[in-house]
Design a protein around this ligand. Structure first.
Ligand SMILES: [Zn+2]
Length: 151
């Protein structure tokens, strides 16, 4: 449990970090372009972007490469954040209203969305055999509604 949360958090941190580095990279490119007068005209802009080299930690790359790098980092970071959000959504719990076929008693129970989807809900509406909290018989409860009406 703790490990799962840690994994989620580190995934989130990694995604954010990549986005931040990507934004910083793009800002540095913009600043460099501004410094070399690339905003004077469109021709100057494309020339500086494609020709101007910029050295970081001894590695000289053209500004266009930094731009591409920044965009790639933004996209990868964004994908990580979205993927993480999707996992959280799937693990979500929904409150379902169950009905006992014997005594018609209704009660609420939390079920995971993944469980509902894997059992074939909304086509399949009966759960595995369990004890009814009212009549104490072993029954297969029927799902009457789920929180929000649908999954
Ligand atoms: Zn019952």
């Amino acid at each position: 449990m703790g490990l799962t949360i840690l994994k989620k958090k580190s995934g989130y941190a990694l995604g954010l970090l990549l986005i931040i580095i990507g934004i910083i990279t793009l800002l540095i490119v913009l600043w460099k372009l501004y410094n070399v007068g690339a905003f004077a005209s469109l021709a100057a802009f494309s020339e500086k972007l494609l020709e101007k080299e910029f050295t970081v930690l001894g590695i000289g790359l053209k500004l266009i490469h930094y731009t591409l790098l920044g965009v790639v980092l933004l996209v990868v970071g964004g994908v990580i954040l979205i993927a993480r959000r999707e996992r959280v959504r799937v693990a979500e719990e929904v409150s379902v209203l169950l009905e006992c076929p014997q005594c018609k008693n209704h009660w609420q129970e939390p079920l995971s969305r993944t469980h509902l989807e894997s059992m074939g809900y909304p086509k399949v509406r009966t759960l595995s055999r369990r004890k009814c909290p009212k009549c104490a018989k072993f029954i297969r409860p029927k799902i009457v509604t789920t929180e929000g009406g649908k999954v």
